[in-house]
Design a protein around this ligand. Structure first.
Ligand code: ADP
Ligand code: ASP
Ligand code: MG
Length: 813
């Protein structure tokens, strides 16, 4: 004999019930078919009951909707000839239900007894309709009311299955039953004195397990809406996978800690009989599902699954009067248990100074009152503090039989959570070492589950979630490079890069699953109005692990938001130089936020676009070297200008060309005045460990005063035309000295300067082409022959690739 249980979503719609028929038609053995109420019906019945008890008439609307739903299920499933009997039966059940609800309405109260009675109609009706449908399909089926078989007795005030009576009833009934299929309602039972009782929310699984044990079934099959017990709740973790084989204890632990796919008490009855459980998907019956058995799969993974329970509150009992006084914890737990409050997690500090318990947040008010009352005497005398609850918490647990024989798992768990800025409130490890759990903020649950899942199950595929501000020249190239490299990165570096949000100055676009990079531009144009504050809020509220904010703008306003991102553990990658060249205080604040919140702040492209200048500098310093002097040509734009300017061109035309080809800042004066180079040498000096401000840098300008004082680009370009003779004289002077004009930045002996220089033949800078940059690092290890980094130092493509490189650095972080 086999016992099959189909859950709420499996029976939610008529077409799903047809699927069930197709599945069971393939079985040759006799079957006990346990079904839940049609999906959502239990919740609605409870709601109707509670509305009625508050004398709210709207319970009637629920009743009408429920009646219509059941009647239409009959009409869709049964042939017309078989309908009238079923319709009138269901209508008459609804009349009784209506009377019960009216009772609650008139009295203005609902007792647990009445609530159980009302809620039992969900399973009663679904099982009756399904049995009638199977019979109409010519299957050898009959209906049996579980309330005639499963008997509960009161144990410590709770309805508990009386196995002696239940097993005897089942033996009597099933031994003499001749039908191939017996359809039974899940969840419902009867007390010894004949009153309807229930087995707890999700209890249909338990019903099926009780039958399986009673008849010594070959197998217990739990059919649901997912393909087994997963490594984590698949609704929270997209990458979760069904676990092929798991032990009873592991399954029990996972379900106790929130894996709703199996109601926790389900294992107990079948465990003692050694009956295997299979969890299968009604909507994908060919998938193998999960097998739950006694045997321990020793070769398996150490961590088998991750589960969580939301809506948790923490109660801490603490005070000096607890140390060395026996019986305090006994009293604490006793009052909670007497009030029927179940404790999900316990920790006690070794000093005995405090005991901390996790309970359902629904019970918290009650718990605080009764505990404060129970310890009134001690509280009045200052020996124990009033308990203060903390809410909006959740438990996250790692589960696995083999965890005990492995070191370092909790370290890995907590460092993963720490890296993702998930604050851990309480830690507990079960004595069985089959479970390590902790309490965290409810808002962090999704991030925590995904980060842990990635760490323990995803063979190191790391997902990076990007939020890109600025999709102009550089930004667009960057997105294109990501699109082209995604596959390579996934396969070779095990990095999965997704762009979740993007914005330009006009609009912004978010897609939680990742924006399709093939047609982002049209979608962005149709996106909502750009708003930097809202962008930040959205990034924060998504609360993804490995979130990276990418700034491809030159905006000061955007640079001011970095601290907010970093403080929320969101890494920042930027080609915008403003933040790093702002006041030293701000630069060092951003660096320290990055350290505190474990969120890298990278700006390689601030100097030399894609050239690895800052990274090299960092490595030199980290390995113990000291920077003595830096000499550099750091402006790709100025280099482009002076490499193209001669007596056959005009300075104006060359600058215009540089601007049009994307070699200058949007405001070219920032390049030509030397401000851009000042910022760069400032950043290099700071990265070498010096506390410098922009005002400490000497700037020897080559632009005439008038050009420097222009108010906009038009005025600026006009002034370049006016002063052509000045620029020509600079060129001629250099030419006559057999030299070339280069804009040089220098940092030496704590002092930095920038300015145009005539570079003679033979100098390292002389042959610098196009928009190339060059940096000479004179260090203690490279005192005479400097370390040289040289290459294209401006342009959208190389800048984009530099940003990309920073993203990869974070990926490997
Ligand atoms: P049924 O109505 O069939 O009893 P439930 O809703 O009670 O179904 O249980 C199935 C649901 O359990 C899944 O849809 C899933 O959201 C949730 N769930 C939570 N944790 C897990 C897990 N580790 N594996 C599978 N499902 C899980
Ligand atoms: N219908 C009940 C519930 O929703 C029992 C079950 O489906 O397992 O809790
Ligand atoms: Mg369930």
């Amino acid at each position: 004999m086999k016992v099959l249980k189909f859950g709420g979503s499996s029976v939610a719609k008529p077409e799903n019930i047809v699927k069930i028929k197709n599945i069971i038609s393939t079985y040759n053995d006799p079957i006990i078919l346990v079904v839940s109420a049609l999906g959502g019906v239990t919740d609605l019945l409870l709601e109707a009951g509670s509305l009625a008890s508050t004398q709210d008439q709207s319970y009637k609307e629920i009743l009408t909707t429920l009646e219509e739903r059941h009647l239409s299920t009959i009409k869709e499933l049964l042939p017309v000839t078989a309908q009238s009997k079923a319709l009138s039966k269901v209508k008459s059940e609804f009349n009784v239900l209506e009377t019960l609800l009216e009772g609650a309405f008139f009295i203005g109260e609902i007792t647990p007894k009445l609530s159980d009675k009302i809620v039992s109609y969900g399973e009663l009706l679904s099982s009756y309709i399904i049995s009638e449908y199977l019979i109409s399909e010519k299957l050898d089926a009959e209906f049996k009311d579980s309330r005639e078989l499963i008997i509960t007795s009161k144990l410590n005030g709770k309805n508990t299955v009386n196995f002696t009576k239940t097993n005897a009833n089942c033996a009597d009934f099933f031994n003499s039953s001749t039908k191939k299929i017996t359809v039974c309602p899940g969840f419902i039972s009867t007390s010894e004195d004949g009153v309807s009782t229930t087995l707890g929310r999700g209890g249909s699984d338990y019903t099926a397990a009780i039958y399986a044990a009673a008849v010594d079934a070959d197998i217990l099959e739990i059919w649901t809406d997912v393909s087994g017990m997963y490594t984590a709740n698949p609704k929270m973790v997209k990458q979760a996978k069904a676990i092929p084989h798991i032990s009873y204890e592991e399954a029990m632990e996972l379900s106790h800690f929130g894996a709703k796919v199996l109601y926790p008490p389900t294992i107990q009855p079948v465990l003692s009989k050694g009956i295997s459980i299979v969890i299968k998907n009604t909507f994908s019956p060919d998938e193998a599902g999960t097998l739950i058995t006694k045997s321990k799969n020793e070769k398996g993974k150490t961590v088998r699954g991750i589960s969580h329970i939301g809506n948790i509150a923490l109660l801490s009992l603490e005070g000096p009067g607890m140390v060395g006084i026996p019986g305090i914890s006994k009293r604490f737990f006793e009052v909670l248990s007497q009030a029927d409050i179940s404790v999900v997690l316990i920790t006690q500090a070794s000093s005995e100074h405090s005991i901390c318990v996790g309970i359902s947040a629904d019970d918290v008010e009650k718990a605080v009152n009764i505990v404060n009352e129970a310890f009134e005497y001690e509280i009045e005398r200052g020996r124990i503090k009033q308990v203060i609850p903390e809410k909006d918490l959740a438990i996250v647990a790692l589960v696995g039989d083999n965890m005990k024989s492995h070191q370092g798992l909790s370290g890995k768990m907590f460092s993963t959570l720490g890296k993702n800025n998930v604050n851990i409130r309480v830690i507990a490890q079960g004595a069985s070492e089959r479970n390590i759990s902790c309490i965290i903020d409810e808002k962090d649950v999704k991030k925590a589950l995904n980060a842990l899942h990635e760490e323990f199950f995803e063979e190191n595929i790391k997902q990076l979630n990007l939020f890109v501000m600025g999709v102009g020249n550089v930004g667009a190239k960057f997105l294109e490079q990501i699109k082209e490299q995604r596959k390579f990165l996934k396969e070779n570096l095990k990095l999965n890069i997704r762009v979740i949000g993007m914005s330009n100055s006009r609009t912004m676009l978010f897609d939680e699953k990742g924006i399709d990079l093939n047609d982002w531009s049209a979608k962005l144009a149709a996106g909502e109005k750009a708003d930097k504050v809202k962008f930040l809020e959205l990034v924060n509220s998504l609360n993804y692990r490995n979130s990276i904010f990418v700034d491809n703008t030159a905006s000061e306003e955007v640079s001011k938001t970095y601290s907010e991102y970093l403080s929320n553990s969101i890494s920042v990658v930027t080609c915008n130089k403003i933040a790093c060249s702002s006041a030293f205080e701000n630069y060092s604040l951003l660096k320290s936020l990055a350290r505190t919140y474990n969120a890298p702040f990278l700006f390689e492209t601030n100097v030399g676009a894609g050239l690895p200048i800052i990274d090299t500098l960092k490595h030199l310093i980290a390995s113990g070297d000291k920077i003595l002097k830096i000499q550099a040509v750091l402006s790709g734009s100025l280099n482009f200008v002076f490499n193209n300017f001669d007596d056959k061109t005009t300075f104006h035309d060359v600058v215009k060309q540089a601007q049009e080809e994307g070699y200058t800042e949007p405001d070219p004066k920032i390049d030509l005045s030397g401000v851009d180079v000042m910022r760069k040498i400032l950043i290099l000096a700071r990265e070498s460990g010096n506390q410098l401000e922009i005002s400490d840098i000497t700037n020897n300008p080559f632009l005439p005063e008038e050009s420097l004082n222009t108010a906009n680009n038009d005025e600026f370009f006009a002034s370049l035309i006016k002063h052509e003779a000045h620029f020509q004289s600079l060129y001629i002077s250099a030419k006559n000295a057999d030299s070339k004009l280069k804009y040089v930045a220098q940092f030496d002996n704590g002092k930095a300067s920038v300015g145009l220089q005539e570079i003679p033949k033979g100098h390292d800078f002389y042959n610098l082409e196009g928009s190339d940059n060059i940096v000479l690092f004179y260090t203690e290890r490279y005192p005479n022959q400097p370390m040289i980094i040289k290459g294209a130092g401006a342009g959208a493509a190389v800048t984009a690739s530099g940003i990309f490189a920073d993203i990869i650095r974070i990926g490997n972080f």
